[in-house]
Design a protein around this ligand. Structure first.
Ligand code: ZN
Length: 326
């Protein structure tokens, strides 16, 4: 039997769990059974079953025309390979011709790469709203590293309560689980920065490994939020000069360290931020501790009292540029 090969490429929306389940349906004169891995993602599941439903009639007709047989049974099952961006589905059918007691198999495939490209183009492109900040005002930036985490939303609600913008340097491998949190971060007009994919020490890495840390994080943030970060902070704040030359994002460190990973008392953390505060200050905190959350209102109230304007890192960089050219 001649084999037609068809490959179906679907957009990956998340990870799947492979459980084999058989769906059996009896039509006018034969049994159709579809064996397929059940995904917990309704969209993919629907795309595959729709595809099979659509193809089924054609498939049946082709076989009838070509081999002049009466089908009594047609089983379709498929397997898929998951890559970072696509699921490649390979559909296999088993035909049983009861009249001639003959069994045969067929492979189906379709190329939907063009469609995938179209979807990429249509994906949302999230941009932060621009706002006016007097470059002469006393500015300071709050930055939170190593999230998103359970505390990020709580930190965001404190920021929103005072209508303050901050920057979150996120770790790529946490993005998917907290994608809703990150969308809220963006809706509050706070900025998201790249803080590597899994927070490894970068100094002993090859150029390729380093670029993969950056690019994987850029991609996952874009995929789940629509936003493309412009800024980067290396894990542990260390980056060798040789790797720095590969970097296309703007690198940002800090000049006020709360050491909130070390000090367990929220008042100590608040005191360190307030004591270090200065015009063009960048405060380093982590949105992964309750004590950092508790220190935040104290820091904000005191610095507002001292007439500080809170800016995101991109705003900070613009103001720095303006001041340099004056
Ligand atoms: Zn970090």
């Amino acid at each position: 039997m001649k084999k037609a090969f068809i490959l179906l490429v679907l957009l990956l929306c998340g990870c799947t769990k492979d459980i084999i389940e058989t769906k059996i349906e009896v039509t006018d004169n034969y049994v159709i059974s579809i064996n397929y891995p059940v995904t917990n993602i309704k969209k993919i599941d629907k795309q595959i079953t729709d595809f099979i439903d659509n193809e089924y009639k054609n498939f049946k007709k082709n076989i009838k025309d070509e081999y002049n047989v009466e089908l009594s049974e047609l089983n379709i099952d498929f397997e898929y390979t998951i890559s970072n961006e696509y699921i490649s589905v390979n559909i296999k059918s088993y035909i049983y011709d009861a009249l001639n007691k003959k069994e045969s198999t067929n492979n189906l495939s379709i190329d939907t790469k063009k469609e995938v490209k179209k979807q990429e183009k249509e994906s949302i492109d999230y941009k932060l709203q621009e706002r006016y900040i007097n470059p002469k005002s006393k500015i300071i930036a709050l930055t939170f590293d190593d999230g998103p985490s359970y505390y990020t939303k709580k930190i965001l609600s404190v920021l929103n309560r005072y209508n303050i913008k901050a920057t979150f340097f996120v770790v790529g491998n946490k993005v998917r689980d907290y994608s809703d949190t990150l969308k809220e971060v963006l809706n509050s007009n706070c900025e998201i920065g790249n803080h590597t994919y899994n927070h490894k020490l970068l100094t002993r890495m090859s150029d390729d490994e380093f670029l993969s840390q950056i690019n994987k994080t850029q991609e996952v943030i874009k995929q789940y939020t629509g936003f493309t970060p412009k800024i980067f902070r290396p894990s542990y704040g260390i980056l060798s000069n040789s790797l720095k030359k590969d970097l296309e994002l703007e690198m940002t460190l800090w000049n006020i360290d709360t050491l909130d990973w070390k000090y367990k008392n929220y008042k100590t953390i608040a005191k360190r931020a307030i004591k270090g505060a200065k015009d063009m200050g960048i405060i380093l905190m982590h949105d992964t501790y309750k004590r950092s959350l508790n220190a935040l209102p104290i820091i904000i109230e005191e610095l507002l009292e001292q007439d500080y304007e809170f800016v995101t890192i991109s705003e900070y960089n613009k103001i720095k540029e303006i001041r340099k050219n004056e």
